[in-house]
Write a protein that binds this ligand. Structure first.
Ligand SMILES: [Zn+2]
Length: 265
């Protein structure tokens, strides 16, 4: 991977042999006001040599590309209130999307996804949506593994992408995700439902007008009532974006588009 590639909308976290998780064998979660640098969840604490970090994790907010493509992402599902409606809209407009699934929601509502993911990608959004920045690497690893196994069992897909809840990461998050072979995915544009509660079409216009090639757009198909402000406008967004010449891809397709030819494969 050349140097340009490392900074194309993201970063490469390199970790040498000296970087690894704390030697603690019991996953731990620290209180919010505690910053355990020594043997805790900090990324380069001592006594870390036994953690198998590959040092290849990438983080992607957006992708540099001249192609007029954007990737819609839906977090926190599946849920009984809106997930089916979102899938219906994506089917109706033939739009692929990426769902960052919460493991325990997949366990409870996985039937909503069965037979409906053909065009879509699934990613890992942890088991129970905690703030990973308060956890050590083994605890983060457990969150990832439990969600991974459940997603794979229910959807038949092994997710390769990981989005941390709240976009919040600690060094331990990077180490655990790296160890599990995940790529980190954040976003470069998000729905702003609070602003458009009284004006849902304004939310659609906001997304259409601010679209840029390579953008990763964040929405949620589970959550408080105001999330529906954005979900109710998906058709208007897809139509408006197509009128501007945009097409839609999954996050992995987007990342592949931004990859320099020399780094292909
Ligand atoms: Zn979330």
């Amino acid at each position: 991977m050349d140097r340009r590639a490392l900074f194309r909308g993201g970063l490469l976290v390199t970790a040498g042999a000296a970087i690894g998780a704390a030697a603690a064998t019991i996953p731990r979660v620290w209180p919010r006001n505690h910053l355990p640098f020594d043997g805790g969840y900090a990324p380069a604490a001592d006594r870390v040599d036994d953690y198998d970090v590959q040092g290849r994790i990438t983080a992607t907010w957006h992708v540099e590309t001249s192609e007029p493509v954007v990737a819609f992402t839906f977090d926190d599902g599946p849920g009984p209130k809106w997930t089916s409606e979102v899938l219906d809209a994506l089917d109706h407009y033939q739009v692929p999307a990426t769902f960052f699934l919460v493991g325990q929601n997949v366990a409870a509502h996985g039937d909503l996804l069965r037979g409906r993911l053909d065009r879509h990608e699934v990613g890992n959004h942890t088991w129970s949506h905690p703030d990973l920045a308060t956890m050590d690497a083994p605890a983060v690893g457990k969150q990832l593994a439990r969600a991974h196994d459940t997603i794979q069992a229910v959807t038949g897909r092994a997710p390769k992408l990981f989005r941390p809840p709240y976009g919040h990461i600690g060094g331990s998050t990077l180490m655990a995700a790296d160890k599990a072979g995940y790529s980190l995915v954040l976003w470069s544009r998000k729905m702003n439902e609070d602003k458009y509660v009284q004006d849902p079409p304004g939310q659609a216009q906001d997304i259409v007008e601010h679209a840029r090639p390579g953008q990763i757009i964040l929405a949620h198909d589970v959550g408080p009532a105001n999330r529906y402000v954005a979900l109710s406008q998906l058709g208007a967004m897809f139509t408006g974006l197509r009128q501007r010449g945009f097409r839609f891809v999954t996050v992995s397709e987007l990342i592949a588009l931004g990859r320099p030819a020399s780094d292909a494969g």
